[in-house]
Design a protein around this ligand. Structure first.
Ligand SMILES: [Zn+2]
Length: 150
């Protein structure tokens, strides 16, 4: 059985692919019953779409394609802590758990452009959502991708 760290590494690998494909370094995946049901990488640049964050795409997909019980047991692994837009989508989709590598504070420390520094957990709590949030996990590994990019 794969561990949280294994899946976080997979998300970090996907964030590298996003860069290779001309986008910013963010990648995510969804796991239900210990199997990966969907992956997504950031495509904000190639799609010219500010909402093309991987977590947002996965939350939309889960809300549309998974049963409520599957969403409750669903875990989103993501290379960086979800932004407030994505955290809201995660609440609307009713995902059970989120595990991230790089925290929003660590990302903001690296980037010159604007990062909305509201922790994912705070958005979920204030939304009345029941998603549990864990991280940072393997943050040094996740940060290497950001450090190479920004
Ligand atoms: Zn986002």
């Amino acid at each position: 059985m794969a561990t949280d760290e294994d899946y976080v590494r997979d998300a970090i690998d996907i964030s590298r692919l996003a860069v290779e494909h001309g986008n910013t370094p963010f990648g995510s995946l969804l796991v239900v019953d210990d199997s990966v049901v969907r992956t997504a990488e950031n495509t904000t640049r190639t799609d010219d779409d500010i909402a093309a964050h991987p977590e947002f795409k996965l939350a939309r997909w889960a809300a549309s394609e998974l049963e409520a019980s599957e969403r409750e047991s669903c875990v989103m692994y993501t290379s960086t802590e979800p932004c407030p837009m994505c955290a809201s989508a995660i609440v609307y989709a009713g995902l059970g758990r989120v595990v991230y590598s790089v925290s929003v504070d660590s990302l903001a420390a690296l980037r010159e452009d604007s990062v909305i520094e509201i922790p994912c957990e705070e958005v979920i709590e204030r939304s009345g959502g029941s998603t549990t949030v864990e991280g940072p996990v393997l943050e040094d590994e996740g940060l290497t991708v950001h450090e190479a990019f920004y």
